[in-house]
Design a protein around this ligand. Structure first.
Ligand SMILES: C[C@@](CO)(OP(=O)(O)O)[C@H](O)COP(=O)(O)OP(=O)(O)OC[C@H]1O[C@@H](n2ccc(N)nc2=O)[C@H](O)[C@@H]1O
Ligand SMILES: Nc1ncnc2c1ncn2[C@@H]1O[C@H](COP(=O)(O)OP(=O)(O)O)[C@@H](O)[C@H]1O
Length: 330
């Protein structure tokens, strides 16, 4: 009988997200807003590597490492500890994150790392939890974390943690404009949205996703999807970072199917009709738009998944790279 070798390290790959639609309802008594959102996972990835250790720790490298906490507040570390606790106690892990998703950018990079840590630790500790069981823990870590486990395209309701998959066939091509001047705080953007609404005397109704977007997503017809992009937090994000209005206008002046600020911003997502159009827009934005990183990605892509493991008999990571990994930066 051959015993399966216990892995000595596991790598998970996890994408960032954009919101194709974000309808923000009233502020609830628990401090969250009721939402109707359509999440869409795109091919810009963090990698989360977990290895057994004597102590809990996290180390962050990669393009956006400098803005990520490397203490107990790191969401990947919090996720690993929560899973250990809820599964009856496990050996501590040392976590290494390769950070390519921009931080505080409306792309849920911290939530992505939490989702990556959940699937990596589940595999390392041999727990075999289902996605639904992991999603319950994910929701305790943040409203966006369940979606980063799920991936693809999905409707989020409640505070964003209740998911329903969206029937979507095909692929969309995106160009992301990513700020180099720092991110926006999610709670501050929600608070600014409330402030603007109050000043305008506007009380929002219970939110619902629009049928127009859901119909457009069935065929992924880019002109129809582009026309249905919408974000209720966009005005608040622009109020806190006025550059965003200039960025959106720069894209609209070029050849795009649609433009939207992702989540609480400041990332701006431009939808185009082909990969050639994405290259043209990258060149145009670099020449005419405000300074920022410009990245081409496709969506939808799968959520957090294990892509490699180290075993005592085969040291060193084995990795696979299925799915879209474009994420080309200009
Ligand atoms: C705006 C969105 C859109 O997908 O994404 P990001 O822009 O952050 O990526 C999400 O709603 C962010 O979700 P997430 O970043 O997980 O937020 P959480 O940690 O759960 O909450 C942080 C804070 O955001 C506000 N919040 C969050 C979710 C929600 N439905 N209503 C809220 O008002 C609350 O002030 C809360 O204390
Ligand atoms: N692993 C992590 N990666 C990124 N940010 C993290 C992480 N852990 C904790 N944070 C904190 O979460 C905040 C929000 O980060 P992020 O998820 O990237 O943004 P957003 O909420 O805009 O999608 C950051 O400002 C950072 O302080």
């Amino acid at each position: 009988m051959t015993l399966a070798a216990t892995p000595t390290g596991v790598t998970a790959r996890v994408p960032g997200k954009i919101n194709l639609q974000l309808v923000v309802g009233p502020l609830r008594e628990d401090g969250y807003h009721e939402l109707a959102t359509v999440f869409h996972a795109v091919g810009l990835y963090d990698h989360v590597i977990v290895t057994p250790s004597d102590d809990w720790s996290v180390r962050v490298g990669g393009r956006h490492a400098d803005r990520v906490p490397q203490d107990g507040s790191n969401l990947a570390l919090r996720a690993a500890r929560l899973l250990a606790e809820e599964s009856g106690g496990q050996q501590p892990v040392s976590i290494t994150i390769d950070k390519q998703i921009p931080v505080a950018a409306g792309m849920a990079g911290g939530s992505a790392d939490a989702a990556g840590a959940l699937v990596a630790c589940d595999a390392l500790w041999g727990l075999g939890l289902s996605r639904d069981e992991l999603a319950v823990l994910a929701a305790r870590l943040g409203s966006d974390v369940p979606f980063l486990l799920h991936g693809g395209t999905a409707i989020g309701s409640g505070r964003g943690e209740q998911l329903a998959p969206v029937l979507a066939r095909g692929r969309l091509h995106w160009v992301l404009w990513i700020s180099r001047h720092g991110g926006l705080s999610t709670p501050e953007v929600y608070a600014e949205c409330d402030r603007l609404r109050e000043a305008a005397g506007h009380t929002p109704p219970d939110p619902e996703p629009t049928g127009e977007l859901l119909t457009a997503l069935r065929t992924m017809e880019s002109t129809a999807v582009g026309a249905a992009l919408h974000n209720d937090l966009q005005e608040a994000a622009m109020s806190l970072d006025p550059t965003l209005a200039t960025v959106v206008q720069a894209g609209l002046d070029l050849d795009v199917e649609g433009a939207v600020v992702s989540g609480s911003g400041p990332t701006v997502a431009f939808l185009v009709g082909s990969s050639d159009a994405a290259i043209d827009l990258t060149v145009g934005l670099a020449a005419r738009g405000p300074e920022g990183d410009i990245v081409r990605v496709d969506g939808p892509v799968p959520g957090a998944q294990v892509v490699g493991s180290f075993t005592p008999s085969a040291p060193g990571p084995t990795t696979s790279t299925s799915g879209s990994t474009d994420g080309s930066t200009s």
